[in-house]
Write a protein that binds this ligand. Structure first.
Ligand SMILES: [Fe+2]
Length: 282
């Protein structure tokens, strides 16, 4: 019998995100200095920026453009059984090869033509000195059709829906899904723009948000949204922009999910920020 595991059962973490930029070398410097990526290496046309449990790859291209992302799981066995699951749902594998994973990774193309890879993290021998723990945690995309996004990621890949934000007419404004115990590892906002909305690092506790705010202040990087608390996920957050105006979130106290049913939230400012100003995307 062929063993199958959906994305949640296989247990995936967001491993890396690849962004395009007209000036990837300048952006790499920003990630090194401001996001404390201690190791930056150039490999062909890519700048690979790495900190402990966080990796952002920058390559030459169009500003604010999502290239691809990778989700990793712990074992080859889980990865292979997840592959069985998606193949049994007739999800097509892409020919794209992601060389930021060990051999045996595979990629899919979602309904908005985003490339998402699944694989096993390559071991690296870097010794990280910076001790604030802030792993790359979630990727939020934007789409004209969140319903399609939701059914692809939930029904075909087996991510679990944890919360939905719903317009007055019943259509979806946002969907949050997870592939592990954290509230969401991927989400999608309805928008006229298709691509990336933001990516997020989880810093664990409130105290670390304060440390980061002071760090950004020293570097003259403004907080563009927050501190606040999201409704879905109940996490504390701040947002900054990088040099290309990509949005970066730093989150703390993100809800841990113990098998609860998803909740529906109204599309309102308060859902996006229980404490104050919300930025509605649609
Ligand atoms: Fe977020």
């Amino acid at each position: 019998m062929i063993m199958k595991l959906n994305a949640l059962q296989a247990g995936f973490n967001l491993d890396h995100i690849v962004l395009e930029s007209p000036y990837p070398n300048n952006l790499a410097r920003f990630y090194k200095e401001i996001i404390m990526m201690e190791f930056v290496k150039k490999n062909k046309n890519e700048f690979i920026c790495e900190g402990k449990n966080r990796k952002i790859i920058l390559k030459k291209g169009k500003k604010n453009t999502f290239s691809y992302a990778g989700f990793s799981c712990r074992s080859k066995k889980n990865l292979d059984q997840f592959k069985n699951f998606i193949l049994s749902n007739n999800v097509k594998l892409s020919e794209f090869e992601n060389n930021h994973f060990k051999r045996g990774s595979f990629s899919i193309i979602d309904p908005d033509e985003n490339i998402i890879s699944f694989g096993i993290r390559k071991k690296n021998k870097n010794l990280y000195k910076y001790n604030l723990c802030m792993p790359l945690q979630h990727l939020t995309l934007s789409s004209k059709n969140v319903e399609k996004f939701q059914s692809f990621y939930c029904d075909l890949l087996g991510f679990k829906i944890t919360d939905k934000v719903v317009h007055k007419n019943g259509s979806l404004a946002t969907c949050f899904l997870t592939s592990n115990h954290e509230h969401h590892t991927i989400a999608c906002f309805k928008s006229d723009k298709v691509g990336i909305d933001h990516h997020s690092y989880e810093v664990g506790k409130w105290e670390n948000i304060k440390i980061l705010c002071d760090h950004f202040s020293k570097k003259n990087v403004k907080i563009i949204w927050g501190p606040g608390r999201h409704g879905p996920g109940n996490n504390l957050f701040i947002f900054i922009e990088d040099l290309d105006k990509n949005w970066l979130e730093f989150s703390a106290e993100l809800e841990i999910i113990h098998d609860r049913k998803f909740k529906e939230w109204p599309h309102s400012e308060k859902t996006l920020n229980l404490w104050g100003r919300g930025i509605l995307r649609s």
